[in-house]
Design a protein around this ligand. Sequence first.
Ligand SMILES: [Zn+2]
Length: 247
Amino acid sequence: MLQKVEGIVIRKVDYGETNVIMTLFTREKGKIGVMARGAKKPKSRLSSVAQLFTYGHFVYQQGRGLGTLNQGEIIDSFRGIKEDLFRTAYCAYMIEFLDKVTEEQKPQPYLFEHLWQSLHQMDEGADPEVITFIFEMKMLQQAGIGPQVDHCANCGRTEGDFSFSIREGGLLCERCSALDPNRIPLSQPAARLLRLFYHFDLNRLGNISLKKQTKDQIRFILSTYIDENSGMVFKSKKFLNQLNKFE
Ligand SMILES: [Zn+2]
């Protein structure tokens, strides 16, 4: 059966001499795999759509297993991302994260919209770290391991100063702080931002600007939290960290 979807290329693997297996994250069907026959040949009409991050309409033949791509029409190739090594690295990390926390053939239009928004903002030059922080929060929620950022993870208190506990899975109030000697100190703006990043989407937060110190705190908390609680290892994150060292 012929299917038409709106999707974004989140993974591609060469298959044989000339073919490419693409993973698309689509609005209608969630994550799907399709074979793009001949897409490695430069003259193939599929070669331009078989690129990472390409956003377009795709027509494929659904068989029993992998679908076969018949046609692709680019809506946006996100040139602003591809021409910037840093932005490319951030986006590679985001799609790897999305790939890890989603199942095939499960429609999640909200996630699709979030991915599209993130790439679009990245392409338009918004702060790549802020986009990535928000994306990480959404992926943690998707994986069912979102941190508790609304109140103390232990007693539920909402007022006062907080630190962040990786072990307790979120904020710790002053009274409960003794529970975790390894808690991470947190400024109040950083605590507030963690909450915003958890609850709001990019439409509302894309142009927010953060002090370096606040960013450093949030980056440290999120990356430690993901390392300790997700059990996931990201190839793209390693590269991103290396790049950032040279910045
Ligand atoms: Zn408490």
